[in-house]
Design a protein around this ligand. Structure first.
Ligand code: COA
Ligand code: AMP
Length: 632
């Protein structure tokens, strides 16, 4: 075990104020904080109260002022458009300050919200940083979300301005974003004043007169804007994530704690130095993209890569290795599902031998449980440490990891290793008693959470308490279940709620059920996550039709699939809806989703003693078997 890691972890818990004050020296402050940790209103904690800074200044301008102006800050690599473009820190400063000028001209002020619904193009990154520059609060919505989800986020964040692009590109398909955005604005109650539209050559968006502005035209007249100092505790962004219902939770990220934690993590977790190349192969619409495509690497003076492509099919399973060679990637971060996709197409790692990967020294995997086969395959083929690590949108940066910057620890496949400094992670039984080694229970984190984690939900302190803090007073409930071994390694095995993980994307089965239930022929329904060799899990829906509905099952199933694509988005991978006569329930009326999941996955299960009617469960089993045999 690394002594440096052990000492850092112990110190971070024994004396968090000194630990994080030292880390905060890596950030440039306009005004030093009054208190490192403000614990005057538990269970709400704030970091660096009284401190004043600007996140964009720390991510961009400071590097220009301190000799990194000519270093590459951002590389845009887009196999789907055949583009590779680099921006130095000085160029990034120019683009960001000019776009900030466009926003300032809209009379936006500190605290106003700007929603960003864009694909992985540099302009989206400029947009995020331009907001940070002016103290505006951005809310990036993943481009794969359909209008209804977008509308929900517009209504909650109430943006004055929306930044968008004419289209995204999914492998060979051009997906027009503007009609989706227009439909979302029609659905939403809140009316944004302005949409600024980045026109891509692949698709021209129609602009709504009086509301929409053309991005390029707006930039032409813009006067570059400077950085607006904000309180450390002011929000930098809101990022929505799936809860257990169809209503997403608006996770708030502040400026001060976030900047300190991310810069610290770049060095101590990812072991990346300023000037090195870090690639998080994710999407800016996910928290990984916020933290480790945009803010983390730039705050640290590293070069970051924005990749608009897939691990396979753009053009083949060698895509990641081409990017690593071409841009000299030192550390790569992606989801296990990406590796499963590569392994499926290139099981022997033939593609790897075509490229020089001598600069790649570490691989980090996160976003879903990493099966040991995938981890071992990656480590063996690449010949470098492959490190599973665990975190959540709410936390914003890794909580369990093999902290490469403070001494690599032995890798145990299946475990994201130990608690990162700052995190006091425990396993509790349902009564709140701490469990010893190897006993499975609720994974929780003792309060206070470290800097960079969510201080609350957007305009919803009560919702934050209810969802995360009430179940076990004094602890943050992660919603994950698992255990810790005798060496302090954690194993994150499953969720305790109705959340499923599809290709590293978090989805609420409750949200999916709401969509199915809205179909006029559906009386009731249940959605479960079914194990999938590529995506980890995919959702399957079981629906009971209303009395008197005699339509053919394939027709209804196709409508349900379409409904989910149009309401939530295609990325939910909802492809299977099975009509059943009834849903298995307990005598008190609770649907036995867990038993149905075990049945679907072929896992051992016992007939629940409380089941109302065992024949209903048997009928569901028969329907599943028929589906597995015939694929329908
Ligand atoms: N905009 C619009 N549509 C999108 C989208 C976006 N940003 N992202 C995904 N979709 C659509 C896809 O086009 C696809 O549509 P289809 O059903 O019409 O084909 C559907 O959503 C599923 O997409 P995806 O999950 O990308 O599956 P895939 O089968 O095309 O590719 C993988 C499989 C494994 C290559 C892919 O899931 C992947 O790269 N996963 C890694 C995800 C990741 O990095 N997660 C990290 C979060 S930390
Ligand atoms: P998200 O908020 O979308 O990043 O999803 C977070 C959830 O993904 C976690 O609560 C876990 O359920 C799951 N997850 C993320 N990383 C891992 C990992 N390394 N191992 C197991 N589960 C993970």
């Amino acid at each position: 075990m690394s002594a440096e890691y052990l000492a850092a972890h112990a110190r971070s818990l024994l004396d968090p104020e000194t630990f994080w004050a030292e880390a905060a020296a890596g950030i440039i402050w306009t005004r030093r904080w009054d208190r490192v940790l403000d614990d005057s209103q538990p269970p709400f904690y704030r970091w660096f109260t009284g401190g004043v800074l600007n996140t964009c200044y720390n991510a961009v301008d400071r590097h220009v002022e301190r000799g990194r102006g000519r270093q590459t800050a951002l590389i845009y690599d887009s196999p789907v458009t055949g583009t590779v473009r680099s921006y130095t820190f000085a160029e990034l400063q120019h683009h960001v300050s000019t776009l900030a000028g466009v926003l300032a001209a809209q009379d936006l002020h500190k605290g106003d919200r700007v929603l960003i619904y864009m694909p992985g193009v540099p302009e989206a990154v400029f947009g995020m940083l331009a907001c940070a520059r002016l103290g505006l609060v951005h809310s990036v919505v993943f481009g794969g979300f359909a209008s209804k989800e977008l509308a929900t986020r517009i209504d909650d964040a109430k943006p004055r301005v929306i930044l968008t692009a004419s289209c995204g590109i999914e492998a060979a398909r051009v997906i027009a974003y503007k009609p989706l955005l227009d439909a979302a604005i029609d659905l939403a109650e809140h009316v944004p004043e302005r949409c600024i539209v980045f026109q891509r050559p692949q698709c021209q968006a129609a602009l709504t007169p009086g509301r929409d502005l053309d991005w390029a035209t707006a930039l032409r007249d813009a006067v570059p804007a400077g950085c607006v100092p904000v309180e450390a505790t002011d929000p930098l962004y809101i990022h929505y994530t799936s809860g257990t219902t169809g209503i997403p939770k608006g996770v708030v990220r502040d400026n001060g704690g976030h900047a300190v934690a991310l810069k610290w993590a770049m060095e101590h977790v990812y072991s990346v130095g300023p000037g090195e190349v870090f690639w998080a192969a994710s999407d800016i619409g996910w928290t990984v993209g916020h933290g480790f495509i945009v803010y983390g690497p730039l705050l640290h003076g590293a070069t970051t890569i924005l990749y608009e492509g897939k691990p396979v099919g753009t053009p083949d399973a060698g895509a990641f290795w081409r990017v690593c060679e071409q841009h000299g990637v030192n550390v790569l971060f992606t989801a296990p599902t990406a590796f499963r996709a590569i392994k499926r197409e290139d099981p022997t790692g033939e593609q790897l031998t075509r490229f020089n990967l001598s600069r790649l020294r570490l691989l980090f995997l996160a976003g879903e449980r990493c099966d040991p086969d995938t981890l071992n395959w990656a480590a063996e083929r690449l010949g470098i440490p492959a490190l599973d690590h665990w975190w959540q949108t709410e936390l914003g940066w890794p909580a369990l990891a093999n902290c490469a910057g403070i001494g690599l620890q032995p890798v145990k496949p299946g475990s994201p290793t130990r608690a990162v400094p700052g995190y006091d992670i425990r396993v509790l039984d349902d009564e709140g008693h701490e469990l010893g080694p190897d006993a499975t229970g609720n994974i929780v984190i003792r309060l206070p959470l470290p800097p960079g984690t969510l201080p609350t939900l957007w305009h919803d302190d009560a919702g934050y308490e209810k969802a995360y803090l009430r179940r076990f007073p004094g602890y943050y409930l992660t919603g994950d279940a698992g255990y810790r071994d005798v060496d302090g390694y954690f194993y994150v095995m499953s969720r305790i709620d109705d959340i499923i993980n599809v290709a590293g994307h978090r989805l609420s089965t409750g949200g999916l059920e709401e969509v199915l239930a809205s179909h006029p022929d559906v009386a009731e329904c249940a959605v479960i996550g079914h194990v999938d060799a590529l995506k980890g899990e995919v959702p399957i829906g079981f629906v009971v039709l209303k009395a008197g509905v005699n339509r053919a099952e394939p027709e209804i199933a196709a409508e349900l699939v379409e409904r989910v694509r149009n309401t939530i988005g295609a990325f939910a991978c909802f492809k299977t809806a099975l009509v059943v006569a009834g849903l298995p329930k307990t005598r008190s009326g609770k649907i036995l989703r867990g038993t149905m999941k075990k049945m679907a996955d072929g896992d051992h299960f016992t007939m629940p003693a409380t089941i109302e009617d065992a024949s209903v469960l048997s009928a569901v089993g028969e329907r599943l078997q028929a589906w597995e045999r015939n694929g329908s």
